[in-house]
Ligand binder design. Structure first.
Ligand code: BGC
Length: 864
């Protein structure tokens, strides 16, 4: 394998293109130049370092306000990591990609800009455009796809949308942060072709087509240097060859060396105030370790960003005409149903009438009715409300899992669970609910049933201030303290209030965090001691499993007083003062077999069974990778048992990335809802009842771990070798000759389509493809036309085919429609390593149009 050079030995100047000439860009640049000239070295270096977790410092001498950044990507959390500053939570990035609709991604971006402005945020730390290289990747849910073309198109729409609202983006994580194991230290060894054709490709497309105002460099190294010090990829490729003129911000704490970061093209070191920039950078200039001109280049990039978002006096912001307001809840619901992928929807013969409501007697599985041969069979979905009873089960049907874990977490003002959504959509009495199986094996942050607030006291017990506490998780960064509270006087923080149980039995309460805690329940102290970090690892104490500290028998509906106090007195010289701990709780545990039996009884008594299965935040999250794709707990057993009791079993998979489905062939339908965002349950009801069509197509191949060709996420001696080269995702499945459970691009709707004709028109290297298709079903529908390009003479160094273009069409029943798709020049190119350049591969290609990479209805051959 040839790998790309790390940093070349000669020093490359930082070639940030500077807008010249006339017009708003040039006028803004003139203001930037004047501001830069007015700053001394100390002010300049200060600007390049975070002032705190999310902000750069203000520089009043040039009329610069503090630039505020925030995660990203499914909502705008704002400066507070807390549920008392709620945000609209959209479906996960995998879901957005599953819509295959860059225009919808753009509308999502417009909403996020609106949210950012509402929260005083200037730059959104998103989108994440790393690739699904291995299904084990812990942040899989936060990236779009295994395919660079789809990722680039969705990312382009997203960035355009956010920036059309005058808010900056940082496309992340540049580059190859495709797994989490040892993410701070891993050196990903990637051949130049794979790097260019796969991992860099989405970044390149977004820079070219959406002109992002920012980029975030990754923790990991690529072929030697860490990405915060990668002169070659940042200065030569990103800024030089692609012409990126935005600011480059480090991933949080990723900047490690003052001189290497600056010469590696890093503009902003986050978070602060303790970073390798700021005073350390001023010293490095004075010592002659780095040139002041390099500092000026970085400051210019930051000032340009500040000018674009409108916080530099005298500079006209890049956007002066804001888009029309967006209804966040409606958009979250629309994206959700447009993203749901119906993997399977089998015809089911009519079943015997359901047993009467009320206590049921076990009568064995409801049997199909072979004695009614004339009744046509129909797919189980959509359900017809009013004609069907539904037995819903699964813990996630009640306690919705709407988003993945880690920095992508936001706190919505409301969530609609599947149970909420179906209760609203189905007639009274048509729905039953049973837990069936609970995938979470540990306590969760105190939430439902708790009414809490925080009380801050000084060492004498005098109250300094109070704040609301929407959940049992408290996380205050520097500056987030409630009004009237200061770090020097603050001694204890108490979370206090009541808990009203929804189930009788033994409840477990616990604590996540490190420090001195007191936990009291109903006036009785259950814990009053130091909770130390596990084996001295502070990270584990903050984000690891909570520790059970009390077991209390409670009665459903009878409130109990709860209080958790932490002594928080923090030393004044800490680099970053964060107060964080959680009150955690678990409902009475029930016998897992009894839970399944209950769900089976309910399923047997209903026309249709809907089982929601899910991963937990111990399975899919930033910070670690998965070790397998199994659903946690007894969920597989639950599905098998319900399916045996009711042939009309619909499984709803609530996960951000592939999971094993050993029961797949035994159930009537499988609907993948990803992490569907705050309105997920409403969108689920829309789709199950047929009010909306499931619009998603798989953005990533769905197969078992055993069959997946590329899985490795664990470095060996610090190195992760991308030895598979350009063969990841469907490219690898096809090369290995393996058939996944569901291929890339797959997804069913509620109508049927006939692909009628395909034509390709080549004009030099530009090929325009027209596909005609007809809606042959009996309801309006939307279809994603996918074009794959396959060299007619197979080349073992190239994939058998690859996604080259796609478009969505809509048509009424019986109507025909047309998709016109232009294939980009790049679709025919490969990276030619000997000349280090793109090379257009002339020859004959099949253009294959269809519904997935394996369902290719039409083919036309073209020669370019
Ligand atoms: C993540 C970034 C995120 C940053 C700030 C890092 O750990 O990798 O994606 O933007 O934290 O929360």
């Amino acid at each position: 394998m040839t790998t790309t050079p790390g940093n070349p030995t000669t020093l490359i100047p930082t070639p940030t293109p500077t807008p010249t000439g006339h017009g708003p860009d040039a006028a803004r640049e003139a203001v930037v130049s004047a501001a830069l000239a007015a700053l001394d070295l100390d002010a300049k270096t200060r600007l390049l370092a975070g002032q705190d977790m999310w902000r750069l410092p203000a520089l009043p001498e040039i009329g610069l306000a503090p630039l505020v950044m925030s995660d990203g990507p499914i909502g705008v959390r704002g400066r507070r990591w807390s549920a008392d500053d709620p945000s609209v939570a959209l479906p996960s990035p995998t879901a957005l990609a599953a819509t295959w609709d860059p225009d919808l991604a753009e509308r999502a971006g417009v909403l996020l800009a609106q949210e950012a402005r509402r929260k005083g945020v200037h730059v959104l730390l998103a989108p994440t455009v790393n690739l699904h290289r291995s299904p084990l990747g812990g942040r899989h849910f936060e990236a779009y796809s295994e395919d660079p073309c789809l990722t680039g198109r969705i990312g382009t729409g997203y960035v355009r949308g956010v920036q059309s609202g005058g808010v900056g983006t940082t496309v992340k994580h540049f580059v190859a942060n495709d797994a989490e194991t040892d993410r701070f230290t891993v050196d990903n060894r990637i051949g130049e072709r794979a790097l260019r054709e796969l991992y860099l490709a989405p970044f390149e497309a977004i820079v070219e087509n959406a002109h992002p105002w920012g980029i975030m460099t990754a923790y990991n190294s690529v072929n030697g240097p860490t990405m915060t010090e990668h002169r070659y990829l940042v200065n030569e490729v990103l800024r030089g060859a692609w012409g990126f003129d935005g600011a480059n911000v480090s991933d949080w704490t990723a900047a490690r060396d003052t001189a290497a970061a600056l010469t590696g093209g890093l503009d902003i070191a986050m978070p602060g105030p303790n970073t390798v920039y700021g005073p350390a950078l001023a010293r490095a200039v004075r010592d002659g370790a780095v040139a002041e001109a390099a500092v000026d280049t970085a400051v210019r990039n930051v000032l340009r960003l500040a000018a674009r978002v409108g916080i530099l006096d005298g500079a006209e912001p890049a956007v002066t005409d804001l888009p029309a307001p967006v209804d966040g809840e409606a958009l979250a619901r629309e994206i959700a149903h447009r993203s749901f992928v119906l993997l399977r929807n089998e015809p089911i013969r009519p079943t015997a009438p359901p047993a009467p409501a009320g206590p049921t007697t076990p009568t064995g599985p409801a049997s199909p009715t072979p004695d009614i041969p004339d009744i046509p069979t129909a797919p189980v979905l959509p359900l017809i409300p009013g004609t069907t009873t539904v037995a819903l089960s699964g813990a996630a049907a009640r306690d919705a899992r709407i988003l993945g874990g880690g920095s992508a977490t936001v706190f919505p003002a409301r969530t609609v669970s599947p149970l909420d959504g179906l209760t609203a959509a189905l007639p009274e009495g048509a729905l039953t609910y049973s837990i069936g199986a609970d995938p979470s094996t540990e306590m969760a942050v105190a939430d439902r049933g708790f009414t809490l607030r925080t009380v801050c006291r000084d060492a004498d017990g005098e109250i300094l201030g109070t704040a609301s506490a929407p959940s049992g998780h408290l996380q205050w960064m520097d500056g987030d303290l409630p009004g009237g509270v200061t770090h020097d006087r603050l001694h204890t923080v108490e979370l206090t209030g009541t808990y009203t149980p929804r189930a009788s039995g033994t409840h477990t309460f616990g604590i996540r965090g490190a420090g001195a805690f007191t936990l009291t329940l109903g006036g009785r102290t259950h814990f009053d001691a130091l909770q130390a970090p596990a084996e001295g690892d502070p990270f584990e104490a903050l984000f690891g499993p909570p520790v059970p500290r009390a077991e209390v028998d409670l009665i459903a509906g009878e409130p109990v007083e709860v209080s958790l106090t932490q002594v928080v007195a923090l030393p004044a010289d800490l680099p970053l003062r964060i107060i964080t701990f959680s009150l955690t709780h678990q409902e009475p545990r029930r016998d897992p077999d009894a839970l399944i039996a209950e769900a089976v009884e309910a399923a047997r008594a209903a026309d249709t069974a809907v089982v929601v299965v899910a991963t937990t935040d111990r399975v899919e999250s930033e910070g670690f990778d998965r070790t397998d794709l199994a659903l946690p707990g007894r969920q597989d057993d639950l599905v098998r048992a319900v399916a045996a009791a009711n042939p009309r079993t619909v499984v709803v998979v609530n996960a951000g990335s592939p999971v094993d489905m050993p029961w797949h062939d035994d159930v009537a339908a499988v609907l993948l809802t990803w992490f569907p965002g705050q309105e997920g349950g409403a969108a689920l009801a829309d789709v199950l009842t047929g009010a909306e069509e499931p619009g998603g197509r798989l953005p990533t191949t769905w197969g078992t771990l055993a069959d997946a060709p590329v899985t490795e996420v664990t470095p060996t001696d610090g190195v992760l070798d991308y030895r598979e080269g350009v063969f990841i995702g469907y490219r690898a499945w096809e090369r290995a000759g393996r058939t996944p459970l569901h291929p890339f691009g797959h997804g069913l709707g509620y109508t049927t389509w006939a692909h009628e004709s395909i034509e390709a028109h080549a004009d030099g290297p530009t090929v325009t493809v027209t596909v005609r298709l007809r809606n042959t079903g009996d309801r309006p529908g939307r279809e994603t036309v996918q074009l794959y390009l396959a060299p007619t003479t197979p080349d073992p160094d190239r994939p058998a085919r690859w996604l080259a273009g796609f478009a969505s069409v809509e048509a009424a029943p019986g109507e025909s429609t047309e998709a016109v798709i232009e294939l980009p020049h790049r679709a025919f190119e490969i990276w030619h390593e000997p000349t280090a350049s793109w090379s257009f591969v002339k020859g004959s290609y099949e253009i294959q149009a269809g519904r997935s990479i394996t369902d290719r209805a039409l083919t036309v051959t073209t020669t370019v």
